[in-house]
Design a protein around this ligand. Structure first.
Ligand code: FAD
Ligand code: MLT
Ligand code: ZN
Length: 471
């Protein structure tokens, strides 16, 4: 270790104490590889501040010494945003020790939490106060609220409650030079100039460290009705979605799509799951209604799906009769990330389109992908209700890194060109990270990219925040 590095580590130790540093190679390794095990890097040290002041001191030191910093929450991100590069020069700033829920205010319907709190713990604290925090995703047992806000996470209830951005009122942020911005306002209305909060939401660790947030709570739903549907086409599912939105309004919470190939993959690679319907269908949907009142919810679901079945819009349906059956449906849906990891190397796309443009996208992309890669195994699933598809292509597990990289580049261009023509987004909810950094540069207009660069430059003039990611 160079004397500069020893000096840096001594200074960081004085900021966070010995308990806040992870130096041993083996212990650091857990922070240096992401959940997907797709990216591995090397850090000089992992720093784990216990509070905002310590975080500010760490950033002051890194700013002065021009030390690059990679912020990390639960390390479940899907775009390689929280993994350092391989230089060994980057500091990982892990937020996991900042895990206190500071306050729950049922009258204001808010919860104030530090950024390292695990999402599931926030849901539980809201529940205890007879309220509801609706952000929900497969990684909720490990991801942190800071990571959720930094990626503007989506998940399975965006249709009703919005993305992470819609669920936050105030933020506390440590800036790259160590200053603390206290934007912890618990207000639904605040028009005092530029919205700095919205700048940090979705900034993926490139502009500052989110250390705490004031979150919006909702009324706790007490009734839930869930169904699994089989249909011939994605067009039919979109007609069903439109009809259900008309009839069920705000009670429609989730409308998730799973193609036949995706379902087959899950059934093969995830333990203790079985197909909800006796027959296979090209497309499936997992649909959920919820309400703060019990009356009529199950009837509403059954009658709307019954009408769709009789009218030939869908081919099959099973409405859950028990909590266990509901959990089994969700286990299938949420097993898909794991199934892909086990089955192959996925070329992942996380695209958003106007919902009405999805059928044309799926038809066009299926043809174009199979032309570029004959016999391609397309794993198409996602949050249809939000116009967000994970249109993935699975390559064999033994694909070489070179073959995987070349095919990824080829398929990205094919899929993202179709998305771009339809005025969609190439990064809907997982963030850009290192995975889509070059794709972002390719598709963003000069003006938009220039504005982003100027913001970055003004907040992080030494370019120490998550270099190599997003921008
Ligand atoms: P990390 O992975 O640690 O970091 C993600 C990014 O945020 C990095 O760029 C990092 O530098 C930055 N960051 C982290 N903490 C902070 C902070 N305090 N301040 C500033 N920057 C910070 N995502 C969805 O949107 N929808 C889904 O449905 C979904 N399902 C998933 C299912 C599974 C099984 C898995 C493994 C992941 C899934 N994800 C999903 C992706 C992932 O869980 C989310 O992106 C999540 O928000 C990341 O949180 P994290 O704490 O793990 O962040
Ligand atoms: C999901 O919706 O399940 C995810 O965002 C995870 C994935 O893409 O694997
Ligand atoms: Zn998703």
């Amino acid at each position: 270790m160079s004397s500069n590095n020893l000096d840096l580590i001594d200074r960081l130790r004085s900021a966070v104490g010995a308990a806040g540093l992870v130096l041993e190679k083996e212990a650091k390794a857990a922070y240096e590889t992401d959940w997907l095990q797709k990216w591995t890097g090397l850090s000089s040290v992992v720093v784990r501040p216990a509070n905002t002041q310590e975080t500010a001191e760490v950033m002051r030191i890194c700013h002065e010494t021009h030390t690059p910093v990679v912020i990390q929450g639960g390390n479940t991100g899907m775009s390689g945003g929280a993994t350092p590069d391989t230089s060994g020069a980057q500091v990982i700033l892990s937020m996991v020790r900042m895990n206190a829920i500071r306050n729950v205010d049922p009258l204001n319907n808010t919860l104030t939490a530090e950024s390292g709190v695990i999402l599931a713990n926030i849901q539980a604290a809201a529940q205890e106060a007879n309220r509801y925090f609706p952000l929900s995703l497969g990684a909720e047992g490990s991801c942190t609220i800071g990571g959720n806000l930094a990626t503007n996470a989506g998940g399975i209830a965006v249709l009703r409650y919005g993305n992470a951005r819609e669920l936050v009122l105030g933020l506390e942020v440590v800036l790259p030079d160590g200053r603390i911005w206290n934007g912890m306002r618990a207000l639904r209305k605040d028009n005092t100039g530029y919205d700095l909060r919205d700048l940090f939401v979705g900034s993926e660790g490139t502009l500052g460290v989110i250390t705490a947030a004031v979150l919006k709570l909702h009324a706790k739903p007490i009734a839930r009705a869930t169904a699994w549907v089989g249909a011939e086409s994605v067009d039919a599912l979109i007609r069903l979605l439109a009809q259900m939105r008309e009839v069920c309004g705000e009670r429609l919470v989730a409308f998730e799509m799973i193609s036949e190939e995706s379902l087959d993959l899950i059934l093969e690679h995830v333990a203790d799951v079985r197909a909800p319907l006796a027959n296979s269908h090209p497309f499936n949907a997992l649909i959920e209604l919820s309400d703060t009142q019990e009356q009529g919810l199950a009837d509403l679901l059954e009658s709307s799906l019954g009408d769709a079945l009789e009218g030939g819009m869908i081919q099959d349906v099973v409405v859950s009769q028990t909590n266990g059956q509901t959990q089994a449906f969700w286990k299938i849906r949420e097993g898909i990330s794991q199934a892909q990891v086990r089955a192959g190397k996925a070329v992942k796309h996380d695209i958003a389109l106007p919902i009405s443009a999805i059928p044309a996208f799926v038809r066009g992309a299926d043809v174009a992908v199979r032309k570029a890669l004959p016999g391609a195994q397309i794993i198409n699933f996602g949050h249809l209700g939000d116009g967000n598809l994970h249109y993935n292509v699975l390559l064999p597990l033994d694909s070489s890194p070179e073959a995987y990289a070349a095919t990824t580049a080829k398929l990205n261009r094919v899929v993202h060109d179709i998305v771009s023509v339809a005025n969609g987004s190439i990064s809907a909810e997982h963030g850009v990270g290192q995975l889509r950094r070059d794709e972002l540069r390719h598709y963003k207009s000069e003006v938009e990219f220039d504005l982003m660069l100027r913001i970055k430059q003004s907040l992080d003039p030494n370019h120490i925040m998550n270099p190599g990611k997003l921008i």
